[in-house]
Design a protein around this ligand. Structure first.
Ligand code: PXG
Length: 469
């Protein structure tokens, strides 16, 4: 019997050896990982995970922005168990459906607020955010074909956006490193700059003025491409994987004006921002925007099982349904009964505990207060939050805002101190970001903040010791 099939306990070293022998991790330098060995996460409860060495770590990233309800929620496991016994799978291709998928679609339609008279009555299901954005590309182009405007193919996105890792998802995303591998973006996808005040504002420019200027990059791009060729604009309300880039208040209203003026579709990618993350069930409500399509995934099940989808607004649904005939698109697992049953249980739990409301009225404002206190730290250039996401930038010189040289990878230095000190915080370049479980109470926010400050102090001490500061 070999190690993979042997039921005996495997040591950390044995697991790491098997891991590097067989498991190609996502977004990973495989050779580099094999040299040091992966950290083995064994179990989790509440806001903590534990590794195979017994170390307890406060997970301030909710897994990967998804475990909004926290770990160890038995009712989600029970929902999966019961549904697996009743109906573990059936497809929804050939004029069939299943109860959890129907109930979830209706529930999501009820949860999605109407804005400006537009509602979301329909849902297209997938298993991930990437697949959902592939669906968006197909659906948007189908919409314009059906309206007799097939030349409207171009989708405008933003640099440093993250919309997934499939061919269409990575193309919509604005990550240079991803485009460089695999001949991307695919045709008819183009990008404008992100609304990142800290990096792109002119000296002396106010946040409000910058927000308007950044939104007008969309108008300039529409005019450059040709307004009759543009199909849609896609954006995250707050950029997550790009480093928690929170746009100025003036940004989204101006974007809405522009998409309205040119009649193009607006896609709000809420894979991170929905389901309470910003204090609302859906983030478009917070920003007062009227998207036509809303991408979701991750926290719809609090990450307990894969599920994603697209909320389809009236404008698109009407054309697709009334004029469409067959839409030649779908996935084996579109409307998977077990995933949908877990999502229903998760939405029930989130509603019962009012997690969006807690973030909006209590723990979100408290996190904002505590997190912005970090601005007094010698390494912190700026620190801001939006609901239960937060980001800070590490700077070499607080007075001038000068950055560290890129090759020092100070974000990684800080991330290592976090990990070793019992905290999971993510580094994106020199930005340190968090997206904690929404179940956190104020005392746990304090506990997390103490760990963050400690990690910053340790980073500062290391940089001083290495003669960098
Ligand atoms: N859109 C957005 C806004 C996302 O954040 C996706 C789409 C793709 O979802 P799937 O389920 O296909 O992964 C995401 C995913 C990171 C990180 O490093 C972020 C994501 C995924 C992996 C890593 O912050 N977001």
């Amino acid at each position: 019997m070999n190690a993979a099939t042997d039921p005996k306990h495997l040591s950390t070293a044995e697991l790491q050896a098997l891991d590097s022998a067989h498991f190609l991790h996502p977004f990973t330098d495989h050779k580099g990982l094999a040299a040091k060995g992966a950290r083995v996460i064994t179990h989790a409860d509440g806001i903590y995970v534990w590794d195979s060495e017994g170390k307890q770590i406060l997970d301030a990233m909710s897994g990967l922005w998804c475990v909004n309800a926290g770990y160890g929620r038995r009712e989600l496991a029970d929902a999966a168990h019961a549904q697996m016994l009743r109906l573990p799978f059936y497809n929804s291709f050939f004029n069939t459906t299943n109860e959890p998928a129907v109930r979830l679609a209706a529930r999501l339609a009820e949860l999605a607020p109407s804005v400006g008279g537009r509602t979301f009555q329909h849902v297209f299901f997938s298993s991930s955010g990437s697949e959902s954005n592939d669906t968006n590309v197909r659906m948007v182009r189908r919409y314009w074909d059906l309206l007799g405007q097939p030349q409207r193919k171009v989708i405008i996105s933003r640099h440093n956006a993250y919309h997934g890792s499939t061919m269409a998802g990575a193309s919509l995303g604005g990550m240079g490193g991803m485009h460089a591998q695999g001949d991307l973006p695919i045709p008819n996808i183009t990008h404008i700059q992100q609304p990142y005040f800290h990096e792109l504002a002119e000296p002396g420019e106010s946040k409000e003025a910058f927000g308007l200027r950044a939104a007008r990059w969309l108008e300039a791009k529409i005019l450059e491409v040709g307004p009759d060729k543009v199909a849609a604009f896609i954006a995250e309300p707050v950029q997550g994987a790009g480093g928690v880039i929170i746009p100025p208040d003036s940004y989204w209203p101006e974007i809405q004006r522009i998409v309205d003026q040119y009649g193009i579709l607006l896609i709000s990618d809420e894979v991170i921002c929905a389901f309470g993350r910003l204090g609302h069930w859906f983030a478009y409500e917070k920003f007062g925007i009227r998207p036509d399509l809303v991408t979701f995934a991750k926290a719809v099940t609090s990450g307990y099982i894969p599920l994603g989808g697209v909320m389809v607004g009236d404008r698109v649904a009407q054309v697709l349904i009334e004029k469409g005939g067959e839409f030649n698109h779908g996935y084996t697992y579109s409307g998977h009964p077990v995933a949908c049953a877990v999502a229903l249980a998760n939405l029930d739990l989130m509603a019962r505990e009012d997690l969006p409301g807690r973030v909006k009225h209590d723990t979100g404002p408290y996190l904002a207060q505590r997190f912005t206190e970090l601005k007094d730290h010698p390494l912190v250039g700026d620190a801001e939050t939006c609901g239960f996401v937060a980001g800070l930038v590490l700077v070499k010189d607080k007075a001038t805002g000068a950055h560290f040289p890129e090759d020092l990878a100070v974000g990684m230095v800080c991330r290592a101190h976090c990990f070793n000190n019992g905290l999971i915080m993510r580094a994106v370049g020199d930005r340190m970001i968090i997206a904690p479980p929404l179940t956190m109470d104020r005392a746990q926010v304090d506990e997390m903040m103490a760990l963050i400050r400690q990690a910053l102090d340790l980073t500062l001490a290391e940089l001083q010791q290495r003669g960098i500061l």
